[in-house]
Design a protein around this ligand. Structure first.
Ligand code: ADP
Length: 296
C-alpha cells in the first residue's frame, strides 16, 4: 500500500513556435488542459504499476477540482484523503517551443492549503501504508509533519525533493530514501559531483540516496554499497513526468520486495517508457507495458 502526499494541479499547456519575450504576445498552435502536479502524477503512476494507492492532497471546491478527483478515482486511486478548499485548484501554465524548451508558471492554490492538521486527521491511512511518498510542492511544514508521523508508525518514507528547496537539517533523519535529479542534488548540497552530493545527504541522516540521471540512468548509495544502474535505450520524445514515474516505480518495486538492483532497473524502464510519449499523465506506463519491455 502506497500513500502519496502531494500536489494536484491543472496543467494548461500551449505549444508555440518561439517562447514570448518580455512584453511580447505570441499565438499558440495548440492548447491542452490536463491533470498534473507531482503528487497526482506519482499516484497515477503507482496505480498503473499495480499498487494500492491513497492520495492525500488538496484541490478547489469547484466543478473543476471535483472533476480532477473523479478522474483520479476512475484510475482506481483512493481519494478519501483529498481536501476540498475555497482556494482554486493549483495550476501550471506551461509554454513549449518548437525545440522542446519550456517556461512554466505555477500557482500553488489549494496545494498551499494542505496543512499539518489535515495530515494528522489521516494518520490512520499513513499507519497502514508500506511507503509514503512526498515531493516539495506542498508546504514544507506539512512535509515535516508527514515524515515524522510516518516514522512514528515505522512506515518507509521516500522524499522526492522537487522542486528543490532548503530542507531543515533535522528532517533528513526521518527520510529513508531521497530521490533528487542532478539539478536538485546540486541545489541541496552545493556540489555537482554526484557521489559527493549523495554522500553529503547520507551524512545528514538519510538512509539511502537515489539520484536520477536522465538518459544516463540512476545512481544509488546507502553510504556503503553503491550501484550505478544504466538507463534503458528508448526513442525519447518528451521527458515530462519521467522523474514522477521513476519515484512511483521505486516504491512499487520495494513494496513487492524486489532487491534494490532490480528496483532500480524496474524504475529505469518505467522512467524511460514515460519519455516515449507526449504529456504527463498520458505518458505514464501500465504494468503490462513494463513487463513486455522487460521480456524483450
Ligand atoms: P526528472 O524528470 O525528475 O528530471 P530524470 O530526467 O532524471 O528526472 O528522469 C528520471 C528517470 O527516467 C531517469 O533516472 C531514467 O531512468 C529515466 N529517463 C529519463 N530520461 C531518459 C532518456 N532520455 N532515456 C532513457 N531513460 C530516461
Amino acid at each position: 500500500k502506497i500513500v502519496i502526499i502531494g500536489s494536484i494541479n491543472r496543467d494548461y499547456t500551449a505549444q508555440v513556435k518561439k517562447l514570448p519575450e518580455k512584453g511580447e504576445t505570441v499565438i499558440a498552435s495548440s492548447y491542452k488542459i490536463s491533470i498534473g502536479g507531482k503528487g497526482a502524477n506519482q499516484a497515477v503512476a503507482a496505480k498503473r504499476l499495480g499498487a494500492q494507492v491513497y492520495m492525500i492532497g488538496a484541490v478547489g471546491n469547484s466543478d473543476g477540482g471535483r472533476d480532477i478527483i473523479k478522474k483520479l478515482e476512475s484510475e482506481g486511486i483512493d481519494v478519501s484523503g483529498v481536501l476540498f478548499t475555497e482556494e482554486v485548484t493549483g495550476n501550471a501554465m506551461i509554454t513549449i517551443d518548437e525545440l522542446g524548451f519550456n517556461t512554466i508558471v505555477v500557482y500553488p492554490g489549494a496545494n498551499a492549503k494542505l496543512d499539518s492538521s489535515w495530515i494528522e486527521r489521516h494518520s490512520k491511512i499513513i499507519e497502514e501504508a508500506d511507503f509514503v511518498i512526498l515531493q516539495l510542492e506542498i508546504p514544507l511544514e506539512t512535509v515535516e509533519t508527514a515524515v515524522k508521523l510516518s516514522k512514528k508508525y515505522n512506515v518507509k518514507v521516500i522524499l522526492n525533493p522537487a522542486p528543490a528547496k532548503e530542507i531543515p537539517d533535522e528532517v533528513y533523519k526521518y527520510i529513508d530514501i531521497i530521490t533528487p535529479n542532478e539539478v536538485e542534488l546540486t541545489q541541496l548540497t552545493g556540489t555537482t559531483d554526484i557521489k559527493d552530493g549523495a554522500n553529503m545527504l547520507i551524512e545528514k541522516g538519510v538512509s539511502e540516496v537515489i539520484v536520477t540521471l536522465g538518459e544516463k540512468g540512476s545512481y544509488y548509495t546507502n553510504g556503503q554499497e553503491e550501484i550505478f544502474s544504466e538507463a534503458v535505450p528508448v526513442n525519447t520524445i518528451d521527458s515530462t513526468a519521467a522523474g514522477d514515474s521513476f519515484n512511483a516505480a521505486i516504491a512499487v518495486a520495494l513494496c513487492e520486495n524486489m532487491n534494490i538492483k532490480s528496483a532500480l532497473n524496474f524504475a529505469n524502464i518505467v522512467g524511460a517508457l514515460t519519455t516515449t510519449k507526449m504529456g504527463a499523465q498520458d505518458s505514464l506506463p501500465y504494468r503490462d507495458e513494463v513487463e513486455s519491455f522487460r521480456i524483450k
